[in-house]
Design a protein around this ligand. Structure first.
Ligand SMILES: Cc1ncc(COP(=O)(O)O)c(C=O)c1O
Length: 403
């Protein structure tokens, strides 16, 4: 078989003009992705689940869940599986059965936008409070909604500064507030304490909507009972990513909003569906992949996956520290935070880096061999000056994360 030279694969003009060796192009993409996989420990996608059966059976046609998951719909769709996925995620979070709604999104970003859209419709004069450690999808959503944001400081370990939040709420106590807490911040996997956020709202007599951006940690913390969406917690919405902990081979997520706290959309005549979601056409294959991940492993299987990943993260901290590279992690976290390694190491290992700090994420499917190889490369580099260890918060408790 002839291989199209690598150079031409990065050149859109070459790819769009015949003759192109299509098989070579596709094979090249797979080879590059396979080669990158060995050092891919910087970003949070699980790689341990086998989705071949779904891709083989469903991967060759359009599955469109356009409209609301509750719509009966016609044609090829997977809404029954989508409803099962939403119910499973809501159940592990102990979300009340009589006040729940949700759908399968394109990812954590859409989930955040959908939840903040619902909150902003109910509280159009509210300010949206989020910390400096929040994901960039939060200020982006604030901008899309034409809302006003209030940025709250975060501690060095990534958790929100509650005293700063309380002070900012006090300044605007006559306005409602939409507060975004993060369960698993992007860089350190810190979990904001929703009980302390609720307390800050109550102390200042501020009405509002508490949204949890739980893109990474929502499912693992829920499986441990450490993130709860029950009546006691005062949470109004939660968004999780699907391709992170559940490792689907396409980006997706789930958003859950209390049914009593959302708009019910208008009816679209030509599709005969309710317009309740951010996008119109929606990926039914993603819902099937999520359902398959859930159905094949169940709660216990996923709990075990989370526990193995945390064990590997603890191992990575020990190995890095022993090699003279002072790493740390939150006790519940897959994420290991370390001083940014020198350039030659970063060239081999694409890490998420923010100035002097980087992280690796021991997602399910990452192996001890990968950690050992990474530590060996680091050990070959000069040890850095020690960085101060941030004061770690205690393990998120049921009440801390959601109660
Ligand atoms: C805390 C947090 N929220 C939201 C997102 C966005 O998720 P997605 O990439 O699924 O849109 C991420 C992604 O890394 C994240 O870390």
């Amino acid at each position: 078989m002839t291989h199209t030279p690598t150079r031409s694969l990065t050149d859109a003009a070459d790819l769009s003009h015949a003759p192109v060796d299509i098989t070579a192009v596709l094979d090249h993409l797979v080879r590059e992705a396979n080669a990158a996989a060995a050092t891919s420990i910087g970003f949070p996608a699980a790689v341990d689940l086998d989705q071949t059966e779904v891709m083989a059976r469903l991967g060759n046609r359009l599955w469109n869940n356009i409209g609301d998951p509750a719509d009966p719909g016609g044609g090829a769709h997977t809404r029954a599986l989508e409803r099962a996925v939403v119910a499973w995620v809501a159940d592990i979070l102990a979300m009340p059965t009589d006040d729940r709604w949700g759908y399968v999104t394109t990812g954590g970003t859409e989930g955040n936008l959908s939840a903040l859209h619902a909150a902003h419709r109910r509280h159009p004069t509210a300010r949206i409070y989020y910390s400096t450690a929040a994901h960039y999808s939060i200020p982006k959503s604030v901008e899309i909604l034409g809302a006003r944001g209030v940025v709250i400081s975060a501690r060095p370990d990534g958790e929100m500064d509650y005293a700063h939040l309380a002070a900012q709420l006090r300044k605007r106590r006559r306005r409602p507030a939409i507060v975004v807490a993060t369960a698993g911040t992007t860089l350190t996997e810190a979990v904001d304490d929703s009980a302390r956020i609720r307390a800050a709202l109550d102390e200042n007599g501020v009405q509002g909507h508490l949204h949890i951006d739980a893109a990474l940690s929502g499912i693992p913390l829920a499986l441990d009972g450490r993130l709860r969406f029950d009546d006691a917690g005062g949470i109004a919405s939660i968004a999780v990513s699907g391709h992170k902990f559940l490792g689907t081979p396409t980006p997706c997520g789930v958003v859950l909003i209390r049914d009593s706290m959302r708009g019910h959309g208008s009816h679209v005549a030509y599709t005969d569906t309710a317009d309740t979601t951010i996008t119109g056409s929606r990926c039914g294959l993603a819902a099937a992949l999520l359902w398959h991940a859930i159905a094949t492993h169940g709660r216990e299987g996923h709990r075990w996956r989370a526990s193995e990943a945390r064990t590997l993260a603890a191992y990575a901290v020990n190995q890095l520290t022993a090699a003279g590279w002072p790493a740390w992690r939150h006790p519940h976290a897959f994420t290991v935070v370390l001083p940014t390694p020198p350039e030659p190491v970063r060239k081999n290992w694409p890490l998420a880096t923010d100035g002097g700090t980087s992280h690796i994420i021991c997602m399910p499917g990452v192996t001890r061999g990968q950690i050992d190889a990474f530590v060996a490369d680091i050990a070959a580099a000069a040890p850095p000056a020690p960085i101060p260890q941030p004061r770690l918060s205690p393990e998120p408790r049921t009440s801390a994360a959601g109660g």
